[in-house]
Design a protein around this ligand. Sequence first.
Ligand SMILES: Nc1ncnc2c1ncn2[C@@H]1O[C@H](COP(=O)(O)OP(=O)(O)OP(=O)(O)O)[C@@H](O)[C@H]1O
Ligand SMILES: [Mg+2]
Length: 303
Amino acid sequence: MTAAASEMPAIETRNLTKVYPGFFRDQNVAALQGLNLSVKRGEIFGLLGPNGSGKTTTIKLLLGLINPTAGQSSVLGKPTGDQVTRRLIGYLPEETYLYRFLNARQTLDFYARLFNMNRAQRTRAIDYYLDFVGLDPAVRRRRLKTYSKGQARRVGLAQALLNDPELVILDEPTSGLDPLGTMEMKNLIKELKRAGKTVLLSSHQLADVEDVCDRVCILYRGKLEVEGTVDSLLDVKDVFRVEARNVPPALQAEVVAMLEKGSGVSEVEPGVQRSRLEDLFKRLVLEKRAAERAQSKPAGTAK
Ligand SMILES: Nc1ncnc2c1ncn2[C@@H]1O[C@H](COP(=O)(O)OP(=O)(O)OP(=O)(O)O)[C@@H](O)[C@H]1O
Ligand SMILES: [Mg+2]
């Protein structure tokens, strides 16, 4: 990759808009409204938002699975839908759609053939990615219809990674996973970053997003409401925080007393935590809903 190419954003959208047509015009759904977004190469970017806020719509637009009503997007420097670029993207859909009567190895073999891998390449890639996603070897030759949700999710991820994509798009990667599976998935995502890949993910698991994402945005009714690095969104700028182990109580009291004597210093609270993504998210969604309620018609009229 040339220097110029590596500086080019992995994903860029300009005024990206999607209106799903309804049977009548007033049934149209403005799923995404004028989205401007730029995801850098090599970063993990989180798309957040309540149900129906446009996350999956954004992902489908970026994959070229649906066409925008207005605006443009580019992926890896090429307009969305470019055939060559498509081969550089790995995609884990919101629901894992796999052939129920194949086992994990047969499933991956099927996709590996689509990528024109020869037999030796296929065997190597299948073993490598099934190990990478941590699929229990005991189930690898069992039909997928017998798999638990978490096992199927892992096969879905292995399939998304099979062609060693530059950009990995994961729609709700932790959905259906138990806490341990979730932790493993987070580690896998970090591993992808270490391997130089760009990851775009959507999620409702805010604590997980906070752990893995470099930057996030929050969508609300198809509009981008907040965007930034996790640190910039969550760091409380005017708060000074020190952490230390084994500080004797007397010294703790001394430090607190010293701070309290400082001019203009207020609210000295030992052990104060930074805010969490969950707090930010809830505050935004609750504010928006309250504003909508305040604007809506009086009770008794149709919504
Ligand atoms: N094919 C479609 N036809 C009509 N409306 C649609 C279609 N697909 C999605 N929508 C609507 O567009 C809006 C955004 O949906 P989208 O699936 O992008 O949300 P999401 O943020 O992924 O939600 P979730 O968190 O529930 O997965 C919703 O109001 C949804 O009902
Ligand atoms: Mg969705």
